[in-house]
Design a protein around this ligand. Structure first.
Ligand SMILES: [Zn+2]
Length: 258
């Protein structure tokens, strides 16, 4: 399972919906073999990775080819260029750190009881300038307009993807929190990890078995200081197996389709 450092739920979800795909896992395995990545790098070891790829003869063509491989993967999985870094980190590093995914963005916030009642926000950082916020707003309005057009015209849609203007990736709203996303991923890998690793005949565990196993793995020994903290725990915070029986197949389906 790839470690994802993104602290935004939207970002972590978008990344998870790529890197948990069995086809993606297989692709990464193949490319790690191709580029002889037997030992993964720490997120701050960019130059070490480059040295490794270029080799002692400092062949920079090899780096270009490496980047081209990443781009091919991204296109193959129908993602926009802001996923290139995510793929690079998944391929060669021990984790996909915070910031690998685009950090300036607008975001749909669903904080009402009604599922379709959505608000949009522009997320800023301490480095944001008024001009950037203005341009983000302008772009947001344009994108809202364009998306309506793109959806009705395949040629336009493809050109829009090329120019970063349309994000074809998953629109997935079933996770209400980081805890739910992290827990669903844990369950997913417990349930299908063997199959993803290539053992097609692996017997699936029951939900009850996985629940029991994960509870035992709780880093706090299932003894959390507050109820709220326990609820967030991906290992022992699940109230009701039924909710996972509902969520996990949906997550699996999303991975197969998006
Ligand atoms: Zn726990």
């Amino acid at each position: 399972m790839f470690k994802i450092g993104a602290t935004s739920l939207k970002h972590r979800t978008s990344i998870a919906l790529l890197v948990d795909k069995p086809e993606f896992v297989k692709t990464i395995k193949r490319l790690r073999e191709k580029w002889n990545l037997t030992k993964l790098f720490q997120p701050d070891q960019d130059s070490e990775l480059m040295e490794h790829i270029c080799g002692p003869e400092k062949n920079y063509d090899r780096w270009d080819n490496f980047c081209a491989d990443i781009e091919t993967v991204r296109r193959c999985f129908n993602r926009t260029p802001n996923f290139d870094k995510v793929i690079k980190y998944a391929l060669a590093f021990t984790e996909i750190p915070e910031g690998a995914f685009r950090s300036t963005y607008f975001k749909a916030i669903d904080n009402s009881e009604y599922p379709d009642d959505i608000e949009y926000a522009i997320i800023v950082t301490p480095h944001s300038t008024p001009a950037e916020v203005t341009s983000e707003l302008k772009e947001f309005k344009q994108i809202m307009q364009d998306q309506i057009e793109y959806r009705s015209d395949k040629g336009k849609l493809e050109r829009a993807i090329e120019k970063y203007r349309y994000e074809p990736g998953p629109a997935y709203k079933d996770f209400d929190s980081l805890g739910t996303l992290d827990r669903t991923r844990l369950w997913y890998w417990e349930m299908y990890g063997e199959q993803i690793a290539g053992n097609a005949n692996a017997k699936l565990k029951s939900y009850e078995e996985i629940d029991k196993e994960l509870r035992l793995e709780c880093p706090k020994g299932q003894d959390h200081e507050t109820k709220a903290e326990q609820k967030k725990c991906p290992y022992c915070g699940l109230d009701d197996i039924n909710s996972m029986q509902h969520l996990l197949p949906k997550y699996k389906k999303a991975l197969e389709s998006q």
